[in-house]
Design a protein. Structure first.
Length: 287
C-alpha cells in the first residue's frame, strides 16, 4: 500500500474476505466483474481495500458468491464499521493523512515489533521528550498550539500499552545511538530513561538496547515496525517512515525479510535485564 490515507483494518479485513469468497467460487476477477456488470478495476479496488463498498454493492457480490444468511449479516456489519470514527478524528485538522492511517492500524494491532535507530519510539516517549521531537519535526513552521495537539495525540496513543484489558504487546529494539542523542535538556533525557525503565517492567513490554559494539546489522537503512493484528486472518503490515511520507509493506516476501532482520536485531542486542542496566546507568549519568 503506497503512502497516503490508507484503509482501516476493518476495510482490509472485509476486502480479504471478499477475495477469499471469490476464490472459493473459482472465479477470476474478470469473471466476477462480468457476471454483475462491473469493471474488473472496480472489483480489484474493493478487494485491495483501495475503496470502500456500499451495502447494495456488497449484497450483489454476496449474491454472486451464494453466501448464507448468517455470514451475510456478519459481513454487512463489518462493512458498516469499516470507516468507524476513532478518538483520532478529533485531531483530523492536525494529523497528516499518513499519520492518521498509522494510528488507525495501530489501534487494531495486538503486537508490535519495532526497531528505532534515531529516536525512542513514540509509544515509549515522555511528554517532554515528545514535545522536543515534534517541535523539531515541524521546524518552527507550526504554532505552539499545533505542537501541543500533536503531543496530546502521542500521549493518547500510549493508552494502548497501559490499558488493563488486552494491552498492546510491544517488543522494542532501540539503537544505543537513539538513547545517547541529546533531546532537550538533561532533565528531559533523565525523565525519558526513567520512563523506559518503568515500561520495561510491564509484562506486555520488552525493551532491548542494540549496543554500538553490535556493529553492522541488517537494519542500517532505518526505523521500522512490524504490526501484527488481533485477528489471525488480518495480514501483518510493516510500517516504514521517512521524512515526508510513509510506506506500508504488505508483500509476504518483504515482511518475511523484515521479520528476519528483527529476529537478528533482538539476537545481537543486549538482553532485557542488561538493557535495563545500561539505561539505568544513562539515567544516573544524566543527573
Amino acid at each position: 500500500m503506497a503512502a497516503g490515507r490508507g484503509p482501516t483494518v476493518r476495510r482490509r479485513r472485509l476486502a480479504g474476505e471478499l477475495r477469499r469468497l471469490r476464490e472459493r467460487k473459482a472465479l477470476t476477477l474478470e469473471e466476477a466483474a462480468e457476471r454483475i456488470g462491473w469493471s474488473t478495476a472496480k472489483v480489484s479496488r474493493i478487494e485491495t481495500a483501495r475503496v470502500g463498498i456500499t451495502a447494495p454493492d456488497l449484497t450483489r457480490l454476496l449474491d454472486l458468491y451464494e453466501l448464507d444468511a448468517s455470514k451475510r449479516t456478519a459481513l454487512h456489519a463489518l462493512a458498516r464499521t469499516a470507516n468507524t470514527r476513532g478518538w483520532w478524528d478529533a485531531y483530523a485538522d492536525s494529523l497528516p493523512s499518513d499519520y492518521a492511517t498509522y494510528i488507525q492500524l495501530e489501534a487494531e494491532t495486538a503486537f508490535v515489533r519495532g526497531f528505532d535507530n534515531v529516536l525512542v519510539h513514540g509509544l515509549l516517549q515522555t511528554e517532554d521528550y515528545a514535545r522536543e521531537v515534534i517541535r523539531s519535526a515541524l521546524m518552527a513552521l507550526s504554532p505552539p498550539t499545533e505542537v501541543e495537539r500533536r503531543v496530546e495525540v502521542r500521549m493518547t496513543r500510549q493508552n494502548l500499552l497501559l490499558r488493563k484489558e488486552n494491552p498492546l504487546r510491544f517488543w522494542a529494539v532501540i539503537d544505543e545511538a537513539a538513547l545517547t542523542r541529546q533531546i532537550g535538556s538533561a532533565a528531559t533525557m533523565r525523565g525519558q530513561y526513567n520512563k523506559l525503565l518503568e515500561l520495561a517492567d510491564r509484562d506486555n513490554i520488552t525493551i532491548q538496547v542494540l549496543p554500538f559494539t553490535a556493529g553492522v546489522h541488517p537494519a542500517t537503512a532505518g526505523t521500522f515496525a512490524i504490526m501484527e493484528f488481533r485477528e489471525t486472518y488480518d495480514p501483518d503490515v510493516v510500517y516504514v517512515e521517512s521524512m515526508t511520507s510513509s510506506l506500508y509493506v504488505e508483500n509476504d516476501t518483504e515482511i518475511y525479510w523484515y521479520t528476519l532482520a528483527f529476529d537478528h536485531l533482538r539476537a545481537v542486542a543486549l538482553g532485557p535485564d542488561k538493557s535495563k542496566g545500561l539505561i539505568a546507568r544513562m539515567a544516573e549519568e544524566s543527573s
